[in-house]
Design a protein around this ligand. Structure first.
Ligand code: S3P
Length: 426
């Protein structure tokens, strides 16, 4: 699909965003292996989280969507059954990587794969720890989907993550639910902790000491009523739009404010963004609140090391904001961007080139000068949801109407994105 985006004179009003993608995946998976019913309000409407629900349904969990609530009939830790065919994770790295932890402990063989983009993403990062726990997994070229997972009895391990990855940490913790004893994961930098929080909500015993997380195997997980906060990574597109477009003042209601995700707000505030957070509340171990943002002169800055890892999903839109900032943006230590839904360093650079924007690309990052003029262009999502949304935002400050090819990619995390954008952009 092609979407036309015209320059905006203000981003204003109030929006409420779909449920957080990371939290939705975790609630969907844990509900299926808990005992009894779980009801989830504001479950992400994106295709990725639907892929998780479809997989859980194929594994025998009852999944029903009623009155906007996702209702899951849990089968208990040992109640999943062999699916009739190959599980389809679609575009979702979170689904295949985290679910593999559960599949590795089943007494049946499962095949799981996904679309063309997912089929190019590395899975050795989860295959290695799961093999250490006793699972046998085959993959295309030993590292790419589809995976054939021959599960069985797992034993607990102590595992130090070689890359900062919440998906890998979660995969090992979920497998650890099935291993007798304590499974421990050490992370090089702190990554999002939604799995730890969700596990506790469902009744598992999880201990966190610094950057080491320990789960005790064979817990009794019990179904719950839960509400997913809005997705801060989706809010990032609206924050950037409001910061860049003159006369903007926007309220984003009910945004997830888990401290392992809010590096974005800290970074923007350091750059001089006028952002206020109101009415913070806690639910299901997670925090949520309302975020107010106004057009601001943003200085620009440097992203490296742990901060790059914490902001990895927001980098496409931060690149756009960087080009409009006073001093530009430098991104280092971001090799992971090369193995996301697209090679995001390459797809950011290509859309920059089309808009006449300067960018200097490195193997593991890039540098974007500030105070640049955005030219209307034919842009492309390259099938990547965050590239689609980042460049829709860039088009708001271009010198004429732009076209975004492949705009349907946004459906992966945010099907309502363009409707919401057109509404707040008047
Ligand atoms: C996610 C973790 C991050 C992130 C992804 C979602 C999660 O990936 O980029 O969009 O829900 O755990 P990594 O685990 O590769 O860091």
């Amino acid at each position: 699909m092609r979407e036309q985006i015209v320059p905006a004179s203000a981003i204003s009003g109030a929006v409420e965003l779909p449920g957080d993608k990371s939290i939705s995946h975790r609630y969907g998976m844990l509900a299926a292996i808990a005992e009894g019913a779980t009801k989830i309000a504001n479950y992400s409407s994106g295709a990725d989280c639907r892929s998780t629900l479809e997989c859980m349904r194929s594994l025998g969990a009852g999944v029903d969507i009623r009155d906007g609530l996702v209702c899951i009939a849990g089968q208990g830790l040992d109640g999943l059954r062999e699916p009739a065919g190959m599980l389809d994770a679609g575009n979702s790295g979170s689904t295949i990587r985290m679910l593999s932890g559960i599949l590795a402990a089943q007494s049946f063989v499962t095949r799981i794969g996904g679309d063309e983009s997912l089929s190019r993403r590395p899975m050795d990062r989860i295959m290695n720890p799961l093999a250490e726990m006793g699972a046998r997994i085959e993959a295309r070229e030993n590292r790419f989907p589809p995976l054939t997972i021959r599960g069985g009895r797992l034993h607990p391990i102590e595992y130090t993550l070689p890359v900062a990855s919440a998906q890998v940490k979660s995969c090992v913790l979920l497998a650890g639910l099935y291993a007798e004893g304590k499974t421990r994961v050490h992370e090089p930098v702190r990554t999002r902790d939604h799995t730890e929080l969700a596990l506790r909500e469902f009744g598992a015993d999880v201990e966190v000491q610094g950057r080491s997380i320990t789960v005790t195997g064979r817990p009794r997980l019990v179904g719950k009523e839960l509400r997913v906060p809005g997705d801060l990574s989706s809010a990032a597109f609206f924050l950037a739009a409001a910061l860049m477009v003159r006369e903007s003042a926007l309220t984003i209601h009910n945004v997830g404010l888990n401290p392992t995700r809010t590096a974005l707000l800290d970074f923007l505030a350091e750059m001089g963004a006028q952002i206020k957070i109101l009415d913070v509340r806690a639910a299901g171990g997670e925090l949520a609140g309302d975020v107010l943002v106004r057009k601001s002169a943003v200085r620009g800055g440097l992203l490296e090391k742990a901060r790059t890892a914490a902001l990895i999903d927001e980098i496409p839109v931060l690149a756009v904001l960087g080009a409009a900032s006073e001093e530009g943006l430098v991104v280092r230590d971001a090799a992971e961007l090369r193995v996301k839904e697209t090679d995001r360093i390459a797809t950011i650079a290509e859309n920059f080139r089309r808009m006449g924007l300067k960018i200097e690309v490195r193997a593991d990052g890039f540098e974007v000068p500030g105070r640049q003029s955005f030219h209307a262009a034919e842009l492309d999502s390259f099938g990547d949801h965050r590239i689609a949304m980042a460049f829709a935002v860039a088009a708001l400050i271009a010198d004429g109407p732009s076209i975004l090819e492949g705009s349907e990619a946004a459906r992966v995390s945010f099907p309502e994105f363009f409707d919401t954008l057109h509404r707040v952009a008047g």
